[in-house]
Design a binder for this molecule. Sequence first.
Ligand SMILES: [Zn+2]
Length: 201
Amino acid sequence: MASDHPLPGATDSASSFSIHESGWLTPARHCLSPHCDARPGNPTIDLLVIHGISLPPGKFGGPWIEKLFLGELPPAADPYFATIAHLRVSAHLLIRRDGEVVQYVPFTQRAWHAGESAFEGRERCNDFSIGIELEGADEVPYAEPQYLVLARIIQKIMQTYPGITRTRIVGHSDIAPGRKTDPGEYFDWPKLSSLLKLTAR
Ligand SMILES: [Zn+2]
């Protein structure tokens, strides 16, 4: 990014995303996953988990992430798919390489993204978190449009769910160490932090 020039759209777009009280983000493509349910006990939503995913691993642009989240992944389409097609998983949002945003679960519902996990000793992070998947792989840098869109969305999420503070934005590997490695070492946390400052009001 050019340091002498404001990030294009970073400020004017901070307010362009909105979150309806039903938990749906706009603008985004909405595609409800069956892999969600009510948040048990109606907890305060106070954690945001960033993930990375690509299907097959390392390949971008196909329809397979969406098919997985919808429970429609064909096991025979790739040797890897046979090992995961049975999984019932989802995320609230997916941000594709070009910055397209797809929402599979409204924030008010529990998406099934974190699995066995703990944050500050509290288990079952799905109960109280929002999960955002970035289309990517551990060994590949994420794309610039993904950071810009991610920062704008997080800013809106933090306004809507003030329990999600800067120290409560974590990677999947932080809450499931030893089991998960995403979003991977190439995810640029300092860049996300600086973008969040830019988009802050
Ligand atoms: Zn993950």
